[in-house]
Design a protein around this ligand. Structure first.
Ligand code: FES
Ligand SMILES: [Fe+2]
Length: 432
């Protein structure tokens, strides 16, 4: 007698999977099952260059992606240059203070207009191409095309710059290529799709859940980046479960007790959990150190909120600070992570503000390095074709199931915003 017939592992698709099947619903049947029965997303989704290329278009180039903090574009002409789905995008504000985003591509011969580290668009609040000096305003309108239309021709050189063959050229047709942009709280989002659904649909009930925090007033205080040898989805899946807490994070377990965790998940393109209440600092630090934002009531005043916002942003909000991870996939097994600590101005106003931030930065760095180390080991294991997928722990990994099904939806062309639990916070451990 063989065991193959009943071995659920053998029933999962053998690897490598033909990339032509990556958009076929049937390939994901095991992940589509209810969480109590489901197996994890196809391992090739974490290793295959073909999957990565498709995912870039279907997930990252066709939906809202958080790319920056609102404070980076806090006035007309201030800008940030971000990478989304392999495209460089300029985010700025126009003269009326409205957010604007454009592909970082000159309409003449495609030069990248701004450098990756640009923080302001340039003199006169104009975006000027470094190649032939075409210039654009903060709404993307093309303002000038030197020596092209005839307007800037030096006296006496008319013959050299005769542009009469350039008929049917109207600057109005050559403005910057726009990108949809919006914000919520302290986050700026862009959407590369031509006609995107409103951001509020993506956010679901998050604006309501976070209404008491006044997140739009919080400012970035510390920033560092991590180069991660793992797929961005592994970073996310690790963030959205606390199953690993006792083994990976002995220090974090002190301040965010395993038994104080709840699922915190309503409708929206996100997964969520919370710790209520959070505990005071342990020997290795914790989340104390800054003053809590005023006006928090109920469980907001003593909880940690942990939201993975699809597709690639982690948001941890405590009463006195937030820790955000912007994860940018750069390859099937490589992610660049930008970590930002934010706080409300009142939280850092006291004489101990900087010390508090130092302490938080040290603690988050410790926790994040623990996460990244284990996530990189998952990447190592998942590359082995002997592994075809594993069972999810129904109690703790429902958010992974929810997230993986969001990814599958996009891969197969379905647009759906998941619903959530009836209760605001759902206890996943049996009461003892
Ligand atoms: S490529 Fe930008 S002005 Fe020519
Ligand atoms: Fe963790």
């Amino acid at each position: 007698m063989t065991t193959e017939a009943t071995d659920p592992h053998a029933a999962l698709p053998a690897r490598p999977v033909d990339p032509a099947r990556f958009t076929d619903e049937r390939l994901y049947a095991h992940t589509r099952l209810p969480v109590e029965l489901a197996s994890t997303l196809l391992p090739d989704a974490y290793t295959s260059p073909e999957f990565f290329a498709l995912e870039r278009e279907k997930v990252f180039a066709d939906g809202w992606v958080a790319v920056a903090c609102t404070a980076e574009v806090d006035r007309p002409g201030a800008c940030t240059v971000v990478q989304v789905a392999g495209r460089s995008v300029i985010v700025t504000r126009n003269r009326d203070g409205e957010l604007r985003a454009f592909h970082n591509v000159c309409r003449h011969r495609a030069t990248a207009l701004l450098a990756p580290d640009a923080a302001h668009v340039g003199r006169g609040e104009r975006i000027r191409c470094p190649y032939h000096a075409w210039a654009y305003d903060l709404d993307g309108a093309c303002l000038g095309t030197p020596l092209f239309e005839g307007s800037d021709i030096p006296a006496g050189q008319e013959a050299i710059f005769d542009t009469s063959p350039a008929r049917a050229f109207d600057r109005a047709d050559h403005g910057l290529l726009p990108v949809a942009v919006d914000s919520w709280g302290f986050l700026v989002f862009v959407n590369l799709a031509a006609d995107p659904a409103p951001l509020v649909e993506h956010l679901g009930d998050l604006p309501e859940r976070f209404a008491g925090y006044r997140l739009e007033q919080w400012l970035p205080r510390r920033r560092r980046s991590y180069d991660v040898a793992a797929n961005y989805k592994l970073v996310g899946e690790n963030f959205m479960e606390y199953y690993h807490l006792p083994w990976v994070h002995p220090e974090l377990s002190r301040v965010s007790k395993f038994s104080d965790h709840y699922r915190w998940q309503g409708p929206g393109m996100y997964t969520g959990m919370c710790t209520t209440p959070v505990s005071g600092n342990g020997d290795a630090g914790g989340w104390d150190g800054l003053a809590p934002v005023e006006g928090l009531t109920g469980s907001d005043a003593d909880s940690g909120r942990f939201v993975w916002l699809f597709p690639s942003t982690a948001i941890s909000v405590l009463p006195n600070h937030a820790f955000v991870l912007f994860n940018r996939p750069v390859g099937p097994a490589r992610t660049v992570e930008t970590a930002v600590i934010l706080a409300h101005p009142d939280s850092v106003a006291g004489p101990d503000g900087e010390d508090g931030l130092d302490q938080l930065e040290k603690f988050w760095d410790l926790v994040n390095r623990q996460d990244l180390e284990i996530v990189q080991r998952v990447q190592e294991g998942i590359a082995n074709p002997a592994y075809r997928g594993g069972r999810m722990c129904f109690r703790f990994e429902e958010p992974l199931h929810r997230f993986q099904n969001m990814v599958v939806d996009r891969m197969v062309g379905a647009r759906r915003v998941p619903g959530g639990d009836a209760e605001t916070a759902t206890r996943m451990l049996p009461e003892v």
